[in-house]
Design a protein around this ligand. Structure first.
Ligand code: G
Ligand code: G
Ligand code: MN
Ligand code: NA
Length: 252
């Protein structure tokens, strides 16, 4: 409960911040994007990661306020980077969106206003959602996804392969990207079953014209194997962990 009280105050005290994990082209290592990952600079407990406070945020419903803040902050940061580094014109920032935020009435309008306010090309923003978005009702979720796609923002399925997705949800969905979950990447070189799954996901993404990013790449061997299998983009400790904005800038 203390954590819940602290969490409410954290907004006023501006204790949340975003770190950015580079997303690169696997073949060249070229930076193409970044995933925004939220952190909480807690006055007593130090720097907390999402696993420490997302459960509280979800239970209390404050996840909607948090995700709104994250979306706003990511757009502000991206706009700043675009002005300061013209070479970053094509950089895409990925933002994680909780299923409850996805379902909220204000979501589509918020995104629309942020894009307008910052004069951001919509394709520079990609929202990551897990397959649980469909849990609250397929019709509503699909309508929300369609509205967001109509704005021109990217939509990625996060942690792909671990949810209870039916392939049916891709038949007519607005998703334009997939993120292969790190559990399949971790032992790609030693587990032929995971390799088979990754190969299948890559073929699936290719056939449906979806952009594919592999997560959790930690070794050069994994990078090589993903390249051989035909995966174009990736993120992971091999390239960089999630970095504070100033450290991210140093890599530009
Ligand atoms: O940064 P880390 O790898 O610890 O993130 C752990 C989990 O927290 C990931 O599954 C990620 O999707 C989730 N997460 C990180 N930032 C956000 C955020 O801003 N909003 C939501 N809803 N989830 C986030
Ligand atoms: O949103 P998502 O569930 O994909 O969150 C990504 C999470 O994975 C973040 O918590 C991030 O810190 C973590 N992560 C990113 N790269 C690596 C990696 O190379 N190895 C491991 N073990 N975790 C990673
Ligand atoms: Mn993610
Ligand atoms: Na993921």
């Amino acid at each position: 409960l203390q954590l819940e009280t602290d969490f409410r105050l954290a907004f006023e005290r501006a204790e949340f911040l975003l770190h950015y994990q580079p997303i690169v082209e696997l073949k060249t290592g070229k930076l193409v994007g970044a995933e925004a990952l939220v952190r909480w600079q807690h006055p007593k407990r130090g720097l907390l990661g999402p696993n420490d406070f997302l459960p509280v945020a979800e239970e209390t419903g404050l996840i909607i306020d948090l995700d709104s803040w994250v979306l706003r902050e990511a757009c502000r940061q991206l706009t700043h980077w675009r002005k300061a580094y013209p070479a970053l014109d094509g950089l895409v920032v990925n933002v994680n969106v909780d299923e409850r935020q996805m379902a909220s009435k204000e979501m589509v309008e918020d995104v629309f206003h942020l894009l307008q306010t910052h004069q951001l090309p919509p394709s520079r923003l990609r929202l990551e959602v897990t397959e649980t978005v469909f849990r609250s009702g397929r019709k509503h979720a699909e309508a929300q996804l369609d509205s967001l796609r109509a704005l021109g923002v990217g939509l990625a399925v996060d942690d792909f392969g671990t949810g209870y997705s039916s392939l049916e949800s891709f038949a007519a969905s607005a998703f334009d990207a997939l993120k292969v979950d790190q559990i399949f990447v971790r032992d790609l070189e030693t587990n032929p079953r995971h390799r088979a799954i990754v190969r299948t996901i890559i073929g699936f993404a290719k056939d449906l014209g979806l952009l594919l990013t592999a997560e959790g790449i930690e070794t050069e061997g994994q990078r090589q194997m993903l390249l051989e299998l035909g995966c174009e983009y990736g993120q992971g400790y091999l390239f960089a962990q999630a970095l504070p904005p100033d450290e991210f800038e140093q890599r530009l």
